[in-house]
Ligand binder design. Structure first.
Ligand code: BGP
Length: 474
């Protein structure tokens, strides 16, 4: 890529991505009910608590609930044309199974979308981002219950109607394939993974897949011109050695990850999934009506990309890495972030090509970024962060997106994860920072919540202004 040319097409959507529970705070304000995040103070890996506890940084988040106008203005200053955010289901239906929505919750997102419109920013809205209403977990064991499909349908009909004309792009479930790894966070399932039967696990996944396809159908009926995407974790898997047994191990691991997006894009379960269910005694309740609903395929496939991994058939070499939350074996050729997430820009080009070849659906990278510890410093009297490490990471990944586009892959847009510092999903820390904007809040909850532009702020603004022409080869 030279300064003069760019592979990014005109109208490519540039922006950043967030989730309600990681930014909003105001966890008990405006009539909001509790979500599972309110009882997960230490993130994904720790057991849940019985009730909300004061050490949960998400209770305040970065106070987006009160500061959204200031934050969206900062995004606009960088030239964002898209902002990914989620609606907290428990703001709209505090218990999840209520008959009527909470007007104050609906009004909050009216204000947010109006602010986006003021700046010419398209909202990209995740309907369910790891924040199932807690009551649905306690009473129904989350998505294990078929009842959740009906509650989700009521919720999506409500928000589609309310935000008609304000939102074009919707995502149904964040990282839907994470269900297999984090059933509480992903599916609001109370039963711990070790005690959960495979039948219940895949039944819950099935219910989400049906709900997702149903939401797609409803959006197409109610909101002509809207586009509904599925959203998955993308993690290319490489064989640890050239041993064909390792290649087969990769194929199996790929199937587990890709089953969700295969169903979303093909409208039916692939043969390898049917075989897996058969051979593992997994008997699912899949009705004829479910099968019909599943034919409402996603308009586009969106995904998060943070890392790749290796796989092997050799039990002696199958050693999990520190940061490999999805399983897999560390790649000996790659470096990792401070949290052990292995950094692989080329893997992004690989996965874009793989997905495009497999589904021929437009792709949207809706999460990618580097979680790092930042140091607030003063330069010429202005507080900032000199985050050249973040610039390098993003440049190298975006350069590979350009390469994939040059390969012929259709990419709709790119939203980096956490354009403003937010609370981490996996560790619930503030110190795992992703933003172009620094938020003065610390792991112990101290800090003024003031916002400061990092060095990467101007860098990203330049990337957007040049539609990617300012990126340098990596
Ligand atoms: C994804 C989640 C996000 C986000 C991101 C970064 O899996 O969809 O919610 O948090 O990962 O992860 P973390 O916050 O753990 O660094």
């Amino acid at each position: 890529m030279s300064q003069a040319t760019t592979p990014f097409p005109p109208g490519f959507l540039w922006g950043g991505a967030t989730a309600a529970n990681q930014i909003e705070g105001a966890y008990a304000e405006g009539g909001k009910g509790l979500s599972i995040q309110d009882v997960m103070p230490k993130g994904i890996m720790s057991p849940r608590t019985d009730a909300p506890t004061d050490d949960n940084l998400k209770q305040v988040g970065i106070d987006f609930y009160h500061r959204y106008a200031e934050d969206i203005a900062l995004f606009a200053e960088m030239g964002f044309t898209v902002f990914r955010l989620s609606i907290a289901w428990s703001r709209i239906f505090p218990n999840g199974d209520d008959a009527e929505p909470n007007e104050e919750g609906l009004a909050f997102y009216d204000r947010v979308f109006e602010e986006c419109a003021k700046h010419g920013i398209e909202p990209l809205v995740t309907l369910s981002h790891y924040e199932t209403p807690l009551h649905l977990t306690e009473k129904y064991n989350g998505w294990v219950s078929r009842d959740l499909i009906g509650f989700y349908e009521r919720y999506v009909r409500t928000v589609f109607e309310r935000y008609r004309g304000k939102v074009t792009y919707w995502l149904t479930f964040n990282e839907i394939n994470s269900m297999l790894h984090f059933p509480l966070m992903s599916g609001g399932i109370n039963t711990p993974l070790e005690q959960l039967s495979k039948t219940d696990l895949y039944q819950a996944a099935h219910h989400e897949l049906v709900a997702s396809a149903l939401a797609t159908r409803i959006a197409h009926e109610m909101l002509p011109g809207s586009q509904v995407g599925c959203m998955v974790i993308a993690a290319p898997i490489y064989p640890l050695t050239p041993d064909p047994a390792d290649v087969v191990a990769v194929m199996d691991a790929d199937h587990a990850n890709l089953m969700f997006s295969d169903v979303h894009t093909r409208g039916a379960y692939p043969g390898y999934a049917e075989r897996y269910f058969r051979e593992n005694g997994i008997e699912l309740d899949i009705t004829a009506q479910d099968r019909e609903i599943l034919t409402n395929t996603a308009d586009f496939v969106s995904f998060s990309y943070y890392m790749s991994m290796c796989e092997t058939a050799d039990p002696a070499r199958k050693v999990a890495g520190e940061g490999n939350l999805m399983g897999g074996v560390p790649n000996p050729t790659l470096k990792a972030s401070e949290w052990g997430w292995q950094i692989d820009p080329k893997g992004l080009r690989v996965v874009l090509n793989q997905f495009w070849d497999r589904w021929q659906k437009p792709l949207f990278i809706v999460e990618n970024g580097l979680g790092a510890k930042d140091q607030l410093v003063e330069v010429n009297g202005v507080k900032t962060v000199l985050d050249d490490y973040r610039i390098d990471y993003l440049n190298d990944h975006l350069f590979q997106v350009g390469e994939a586009i040059a390969d012929g892959v259709q990419v709709m847009g790119y939203t980096s994860w956490g354009p403003i510092d937010l609370v981490s999903a996996s560790t619930a820390q503030m110190s795992k920072r992703y933003g172009f904007i620094y938020v003065d809040r610390n792991d112990d909850g101290s800090g003024t919540l003031e916002r400061y532009r990092k060095q990467s702020f101007d860098w990203y603004a330049e990337v957007i202004a040049t539609n990617g022409a300012s990126l340098t080869p990596a």
